[in-house]
Ligand binder design. Structure first.
Ligand code: 0XW
Ligand code: MG
Length: 368
Protein backbone atom coordinates (compact mmCIF):
# COMPACT_ATOMS: atom_id res chain seq x y z
CA UNK A 1 0.00 0.00 0.00
CA UNK A 2 1.96 2.96 -1.35
CA UNK A 3 2.42 6.26 0.44
CA UNK A 4 0.91 8.90 -1.83
CA UNK A 5 1.07 12.04 0.30
CA UNK A 6 2.77 13.34 3.44
CA UNK A 7 1.57 16.45 5.26
CA UNK A 8 3.46 18.05 8.12
CA UNK A 9 1.65 20.34 10.54
CA UNK A 10 3.04 22.68 13.15
CA UNK A 11 0.99 23.42 16.25
CA UNK A 12 1.62 25.25 19.52
CA UNK A 13 0.50 23.54 22.70
CA UNK A 14 0.27 26.12 25.53
CA UNK A 15 0.99 24.87 29.05
CA UNK A 16 -2.04 25.02 31.33
CA UNK A 17 -1.16 27.07 34.41
CA UNK A 18 1.47 29.09 32.54
CA UNK A 19 4.72 27.17 32.74
CA UNK A 20 6.46 23.87 33.45
CA UNK A 21 9.83 24.11 35.18
CA UNK A 22 12.69 21.62 35.10
CA UNK A 23 16.29 21.91 36.32
CA UNK A 24 17.68 23.45 33.15
CA UNK A 25 14.64 24.94 31.44
CA UNK A 26 11.17 26.42 31.89
CA UNK A 27 8.64 26.07 29.06
CA UNK A 28 5.29 27.74 28.49
CA UNK A 29 4.45 26.80 24.87
CA UNK A 30 5.40 23.54 23.19
CA UNK A 31 6.01 23.52 19.46
CA UNK A 32 4.70 20.19 18.19
CA UNK A 33 5.06 18.60 14.74
CA UNK A 34 2.40 16.28 13.40
CA UNK A 35 2.94 13.98 10.44
CA UNK A 36 -0.01 12.82 8.37
CA UNK A 37 0.78 9.96 6.00
CA UNK A 38 -1.81 9.24 3.32
CA UNK A 39 -1.83 5.97 1.36
CA UNK A 40 -3.03 5.51 -2.18
CA UNK A 41 -6.16 3.83 -0.82
CA UNK A 42 -6.97 6.91 1.25
CA UNK A 43 -6.06 5.49 4.67
CA UNK A 44 -4.35 8.09 6.85
CA UNK A 45 -1.97 7.57 9.76
CA UNK A 46 -0.75 10.14 12.28
CA UNK A 47 2.54 10.58 14.10
CA UNK A 48 3.88 13.37 16.29
CA UNK A 49 7.13 14.59 17.80
CA UNK A 50 7.27 17.37 20.39
CA UNK A 51 10.49 18.23 22.22
CA UNK A 52 9.90 19.85 25.60
CA UNK A 53 11.83 22.94 24.51
CA UNK A 54 15.28 23.02 22.87
CA UNK A 55 17.29 22.32 26.05
CA UNK A 56 15.78 19.17 27.57
CA UNK A 57 17.55 16.86 25.12
CA UNK A 58 19.31 17.38 21.77
CA UNK A 59 15.98 17.79 19.96
CA UNK A 60 14.72 20.93 18.28
CA UNK A 61 11.16 21.44 17.03
CA UNK A 62 12.07 23.32 13.79
CA UNK A 63 14.86 20.73 13.39
CA UNK A 64 12.27 17.95 13.39
CA UNK A 65 10.42 19.64 10.53
CA UNK A 66 13.65 20.20 8.59
CA UNK A 67 14.54 16.52 9.03
CA UNK A 68 11.09 15.46 7.84
CA UNK A 69 11.38 17.82 4.87
CA UNK A 70 14.65 16.11 3.95
CA UNK A 71 13.18 12.60 4.18
CA UNK A 72 9.59 12.95 3.02
CA UNK A 73 10.21 13.09 -0.78
CA UNK A 74 12.08 9.76 -0.48
CA UNK A 75 9.14 8.11 1.24
CA UNK A 76 6.53 8.87 -1.41
CA UNK A 77 5.84 5.62 -3.27
CA UNK A 78 7.25 3.33 -0.55
CA UNK A 79 4.98 0.67 0.93
CA UNK A 80 3.45 1.92 4.21
CA UNK A 81 3.04 -1.66 5.43
CA UNK A 82 6.75 -2.48 4.99
CA UNK A 83 8.11 -0.64 7.98
CA UNK A 84 11.65 -1.98 7.60
CA UNK A 85 11.84 -0.72 4.03
CA UNK A 86 10.51 2.70 5.03
CA UNK A 87 13.19 2.82 7.74
CA UNK A 88 15.81 1.98 5.14
CA UNK A 89 14.51 4.82 2.96
CA UNK A 90 14.63 7.24 5.90
CA UNK A 91 18.17 6.17 6.86
CA UNK A 92 19.32 6.44 3.26
CA UNK A 93 17.97 10.00 3.10
CA UNK A 94 19.15 11.26 6.50
CA UNK A 95 21.63 10.08 9.11
CA UNK A 96 20.36 10.18 12.70
CA UNK A 97 17.43 12.41 13.78
CA UNK A 98 15.60 9.54 15.42
CA UNK A 99 13.11 11.90 17.04
CA UNK A 100 11.90 13.03 13.60
CA UNK A 101 11.85 9.48 12.19
CA UNK A 102 9.75 8.50 15.22
CA UNK A 103 6.81 10.55 13.92
CA UNK A 104 6.85 8.56 10.66
CA UNK A 105 7.19 5.30 12.60
CA UNK A 106 4.14 6.09 14.76
CA UNK A 107 2.08 7.10 11.72
CA UNK A 108 2.92 3.81 9.98
CA UNK A 109 1.85 1.75 13.01
CA UNK A 110 -1.40 3.73 12.94
CA UNK A 111 -1.87 2.86 9.27
CA UNK A 112 -1.04 -0.82 9.85
CA UNK A 113 -3.66 -0.97 12.58
CA UNK A 114 -6.28 0.63 10.35
CA UNK A 115 -5.46 -1.69 7.45
CA UNK A 116 -5.43 -4.89 9.53
CA UNK A 117 -8.31 -3.81 11.78
CA UNK A 118 -6.16 -4.13 14.91
CA UNK A 119 -5.03 -1.85 17.70
CA UNK A 120 -1.38 -0.80 17.74
CA UNK A 121 -0.85 -2.50 21.14
CA UNK A 122 -2.14 -5.77 19.69
CA UNK A 123 0.13 -5.49 16.65
CA UNK A 124 3.02 -4.85 19.06
CA UNK A 125 2.51 -8.26 20.64
CA UNK A 126 -0.71 -7.85 22.55
CA UNK A 127 -2.13 -5.72 25.33
CA UNK A 128 -1.35 -7.02 28.80
CA UNK A 129 -3.65 -4.40 30.32
CA UNK A 130 -6.74 -2.51 29.23
CA UNK A 131 -5.84 0.23 31.69
CA UNK A 132 -2.34 1.44 32.38
CA UNK A 133 -1.14 3.38 35.43
CA UNK A 134 -0.06 6.95 34.85
CA UNK A 135 2.12 9.16 37.03
CA UNK A 136 2.20 12.88 37.63
CA UNK A 137 5.30 15.06 37.23
CA UNK A 138 5.44 18.00 39.63
CA UNK A 139 7.57 20.74 38.07
CA UNK A 140 10.34 22.35 40.14
CA UNK A 141 8.40 24.10 42.94
CA UNK A 142 8.93 25.46 46.43
CA UNK A 143 8.85 22.60 48.98
CA UNK A 144 5.41 23.42 50.46
CA UNK A 145 3.89 23.94 47.04
CA UNK A 146 5.31 20.64 45.80
CA UNK A 147 3.84 18.87 48.86
CA UNK A 148 0.43 20.46 48.23
CA UNK A 149 0.44 19.33 44.60
CA UNK A 150 1.50 15.85 45.77
CA UNK A 151 -1.54 15.70 48.08
CA UNK A 152 -3.86 16.95 45.35
CA UNK A 153 -2.60 14.45 42.78
CA UNK A 154 -2.90 11.50 45.16
CA UNK A 155 -6.48 12.60 45.86
CA UNK A 156 -7.01 12.43 42.08
CA UNK A 157 -5.86 8.79 42.12
CA UNK A 158 -2.19 8.88 41.11
CA UNK A 159 -0.15 6.07 42.67
CA UNK A 160 3.20 7.36 41.47
CA UNK A 161 4.61 10.87 41.61
CA UNK A 162 7.70 12.36 40.12
CA UNK A 163 9.11 15.59 41.50
CA UNK A 164 11.43 17.75 39.51
CA UNK A 165 14.48 19.08 41.31
CA UNK A 166 17.75 20.79 40.39
CA UNK A 167 18.71 24.23 39.16
CA UNK A 168 18.64 25.65 42.70
CA UNK A 169 20.36 25.09 46.02
CA UNK A 170 20.67 21.44 47.13
CA UNK A 171 19.20 22.38 50.52
CA UNK A 172 15.89 23.36 48.90
CA UNK A 173 15.85 20.12 46.92
CA UNK A 174 16.41 18.15 50.15
CA UNK A 175 13.59 20.01 51.86
CA UNK A 176 11.23 19.49 48.90
CA UNK A 177 11.97 15.77 48.79
CA UNK A 178 11.31 15.39 52.53
CA UNK A 179 8.11 17.45 52.39
CA UNK A 180 6.70 15.51 49.46
CA UNK A 181 7.69 12.21 51.04
CA UNK A 182 5.94 13.22 54.28
CA UNK A 183 2.56 13.50 52.51
CA UNK A 184 2.82 10.25 50.53
CA UNK A 185 0.02 7.76 51.09
CA UNK A 186 1.05 4.14 51.70
CA UNK A 187 2.15 2.43 48.48
CA UNK A 188 2.57 5.62 46.43
CA UNK A 189 5.92 5.58 44.62
CA UNK A 190 8.20 8.59 44.37
CA UNK A 191 10.76 9.42 41.69
CA UNK A 192 13.07 12.42 42.12
CA UNK A 193 14.03 13.71 38.70
CA UNK A 194 16.97 16.14 38.46
CA UNK A 195 16.80 16.14 34.64
CA UNK A 196 20.64 16.12 34.43
CA UNK A 197 20.78 19.10 36.80
CA UNK A 198 22.95 17.84 39.65
CA UNK A 199 26.71 17.57 39.78
CA UNK A 200 27.96 14.25 41.14
CA UNK A 201 28.75 16.11 44.38
CA UNK A 202 25.17 17.38 44.70
CA UNK A 203 23.72 13.98 43.83
CA UNK A 204 25.81 12.28 46.53
CA UNK A 205 24.98 14.88 49.18
CA UNK A 206 21.26 14.98 48.39
CA UNK A 207 20.86 11.22 48.15
CA UNK A 208 22.72 10.71 51.45
CA UNK A 209 20.62 13.42 53.13
CA UNK A 210 17.50 11.50 52.03
CA UNK A 211 18.96 8.04 52.64
CA UNK A 212 16.03 6.73 54.72
CA UNK A 213 13.39 7.70 52.15
CA UNK A 214 12.34 5.07 49.61
CA UNK A 215 12.59 6.77 46.25
CA UNK A 216 14.17 6.49 42.84
CA UNK A 217 16.71 9.01 41.51
CA UNK A 218 15.95 9.74 37.87
CA UNK A 219 18.67 11.11 35.61
CA UNK A 220 20.50 12.80 38.50
CA UNK A 221 23.53 14.01 36.50
CA UNK A 222 24.26 15.18 32.99
CA UNK A 223 26.18 12.27 31.48
CA UNK A 224 26.18 8.49 31.49
CA UNK A 225 29.72 8.59 32.95
CA UNK A 226 28.71 10.85 35.83
CA UNK A 227 25.79 8.57 36.69
CA UNK A 228 28.10 5.55 36.50
CA UNK A 229 30.54 7.28 38.87
CA UNK A 230 27.98 7.76 41.66
CA UNK A 231 26.06 4.58 40.99
CA UNK A 232 27.56 2.55 43.83
CA UNK A 233 27.93 5.45 46.24
CA UNK A 234 24.27 6.45 46.58
CA UNK A 235 21.73 4.48 48.62
CA UNK A 236 18.93 4.95 46.07
CA UNK A 237 18.02 3.11 42.87
CA UNK A 238 18.84 5.09 39.73
CA UNK A 239 16.79 5.36 36.54
CA UNK A 240 18.27 6.72 33.34
CA UNK A 241 16.17 8.98 31.16
CA UNK A 242 17.78 11.63 28.93
CA UNK A 243 20.98 9.61 28.46
CA UNK A 244 19.15 6.77 26.70
CA UNK A 245 19.46 8.35 23.29
CA UNK A 246 19.54 5.06 21.41
CA UNK A 247 19.44 1.30 21.76
CA UNK A 248 23.22 1.16 22.15
CA UNK A 249 23.13 3.28 25.32
CA UNK A 250 20.32 1.15 26.73
CA UNK A 251 22.33 -2.01 26.04
CA UNK A 252 25.43 -0.53 27.65
CA UNK A 253 23.47 0.53 30.72
CA UNK A 254 21.87 -2.90 31.05
CA UNK A 255 25.09 -4.86 30.56
CA UNK A 256 27.06 -2.67 32.96
CA UNK A 257 24.11 -2.42 35.36
CA UNK A 258 24.46 1.35 35.46
CA UNK A 259 20.82 1.75 36.43
CA UNK A 260 17.84 0.01 38.02
CA UNK A 261 15.27 1.16 35.47
CA UNK A 262 14.55 3.61 32.68
CA UNK A 263 12.36 6.59 31.96
CA UNK A 264 11.91 5.93 28.26
CA UNK A 265 10.79 8.31 25.54
CA UNK A 266 9.13 6.96 22.41
CA UNK A 267 10.41 9.68 20.09
CA UNK A 268 13.93 9.86 21.53
CA UNK A 269 14.46 6.20 20.72
CA UNK A 270 12.99 6.59 17.24
CA UNK A 271 9.40 5.43 17.62
CA UNK A 272 7.36 2.44 18.67
CA UNK A 273 9.56 -0.03 16.78
CA UNK A 274 12.74 0.63 18.84
CA UNK A 275 10.61 1.07 21.99
CA UNK A 276 9.37 -2.49 21.53
CA UNK A 277 12.96 -3.72 21.31
CA UNK A 278 13.95 -1.83 24.45
CA UNK A 279 10.87 -3.15 26.22
CA UNK A 280 11.98 -6.69 25.37
CA UNK A 281 15.52 -6.05 26.63
CA UNK A 282 14.20 -4.60 29.91
CA UNK A 283 11.88 -7.55 30.30
CA UNK A 284 14.80 -9.99 30.02
CA UNK A 285 16.91 -7.86 32.38
CA UNK A 286 14.05 -7.39 34.86
CA UNK A 287 14.30 -3.61 34.74
CA UNK A 288 11.23 -1.41 35.31
CA UNK A 289 10.36 1.30 32.80
CA UNK A 290 8.08 4.25 32.30
CA UNK A 291 6.65 4.76 28.80
CA UNK A 292 6.74 8.48 28.17
CA UNK A 293 7.57 11.19 25.80
CA UNK A 294 8.98 14.66 26.27
CA UNK A 295 5.63 16.28 25.42
CA UNK A 296 2.92 16.03 22.78
CA UNK A 297 -0.84 15.86 22.24
CA UNK A 298 -3.21 12.94 21.73
CA UNK A 299 -1.07 11.20 19.09
CA UNK A 300 1.96 10.87 21.33
CA UNK A 301 -0.32 10.10 24.28
CA UNK A 302 -1.90 7.24 22.32
CA UNK A 303 1.51 5.90 21.23
CA UNK A 304 2.79 5.87 24.86
CA UNK A 305 -0.41 4.20 26.06
CA UNK A 306 -0.27 1.46 23.42
CA UNK A 307 3.35 0.56 24.14
CA UNK A 308 2.69 0.79 27.89
CA UNK A 309 -0.15 -1.71 27.50
CA UNK A 310 2.33 -4.30 26.21
CA UNK A 311 4.69 -4.11 29.23
CA UNK A 312 4.51 -6.69 32.04
CA UNK A 313 2.78 -5.33 35.16
CA UNK A 314 5.80 -5.94 37.39
CA UNK A 315 7.94 -3.71 35.15
CA UNK A 316 5.48 -1.00 34.11
CA UNK A 317 6.02 1.97 36.42
CA UNK A 318 3.69 4.20 34.50
CA UNK A 319 2.78 6.01 31.32
CA UNK A 320 3.31 9.76 31.44
CA UNK A 321 1.10 12.05 29.39
CA UNK A 322 1.21 15.78 28.85
CA UNK A 323 -2.63 15.75 28.84
CA UNK A 324 -3.07 17.28 32.33
CA UNK A 325 -1.01 20.30 31.19
CA UNK A 326 -2.89 20.73 27.87
CA UNK A 327 -6.26 22.31 27.24
CA UNK A 328 -8.39 20.24 24.85
CA UNK A 329 -7.74 17.25 22.60
CA UNK A 330 -7.00 16.60 18.92
CA UNK A 331 -9.82 14.04 19.07
CA UNK A 332 -12.50 15.49 21.38
CA UNK A 333 -14.22 12.09 21.68
CA UNK A 334 -11.43 9.52 21.92
CA UNK A 335 -8.57 11.74 23.07
CA UNK A 336 -6.40 10.05 25.70
CA UNK A 337 -7.41 10.95 29.24
CA UNK A 338 -6.18 10.15 32.72
CA UNK A 339 -8.96 9.10 35.09
CA UNK A 340 -8.26 8.14 38.67
CA UNK A 341 -4.54 7.96 37.89
CA UNK A 342 -4.98 5.46 35.06
CA UNK A 343 -5.40 5.57 31.30
CA UNK A 344 -7.84 3.42 29.37
CA UNK A 345 -6.19 1.82 26.33
CA UNK A 346 -7.99 3.04 23.17
CA UNK A 347 -10.28 0.49 21.54
CA UNK A 348 -10.33 1.68 17.92
CA UNK A 349 -7.99 0.36 15.20
CA UNK A 350 -4.49 1.80 14.91
CA UNK A 351 -3.78 4.40 17.58
CA UNK A 352 -7.54 4.57 18.21
CA UNK A 353 -7.88 8.30 17.75
CA UNK A 354 -9.25 10.31 14.83
CA UNK A 355 -7.79 13.81 15.08
CA UNK A 356 -9.73 16.84 13.95
CA UNK A 357 -7.03 18.14 11.60
CA UNK A 358 -8.70 21.56 11.31
CA UNK A 359 -7.28 22.32 14.78
CA UNK A 360 -3.77 22.48 13.28
CA UNK A 361 -4.66 24.77 10.35
CA UNK A 362 -3.01 24.25 6.96
CA UNK A 363 0.01 21.92 6.68
CA UNK A 364 3.36 23.70 7.03
CA UNK A 365 4.79 21.30 4.41
CA UNK A 366 3.22 18.89 1.92
CA UNK A 367 4.74 16.22 -0.30
CA UNK A 368 3.38 13.89 -2.95
C1 0XW B 1 8.03 13.93 33.07
N1 0XW B 1 8.53 13.72 31.72
C2 0XW B 1 8.21 12.38 31.29
C3 0XW B 1 7.88 14.74 30.84
C4 0XW B 1 8.76 15.93 30.76
O1 0XW B 1 8.83 16.45 29.53
C5 0XW B 1 10.11 15.46 31.22
C6 0XW B 1 9.98 14.02 31.45
C7 0XW B 1 11.01 13.41 32.35
O2 0XW B 1 10.75 12.45 33.10
O3 0XW B 1 12.16 13.86 32.33
MG1 MG C 1 12.86 12.13 33.52
Amino acid sequence: MRISEINIYQYDLPVVGGSYRMAKTTVSVLDTTIVEIVTESGIKGYGETCPVGPVYQPHHAPGARSALQEMAPHLIGTDALQLNCVYDAMDAALNGHAYAKAAVDIALWDIMGKVYGARVCDLLGGARHEQVPSYYAIGVAEPDEAANIAKEKQAQGYRRLQIKVGGRSPEIDIEAIHKVHAVLQPGVKLAVDANRGWTTRDALNISLACRRLPLVLEQPCNTFEEVAAIRHQVPHPIYLDENTENLGVVLRAVCKRICDGFGLKVTRLGGLTPMRTVGGICSVAGLPITCDDAWGGDIIAAACTHIGATVESRLLEGVWLAAPYIDGHYDPENGIRIENGTIRVPTGPGLGIEPDTSIWGKPALSFG
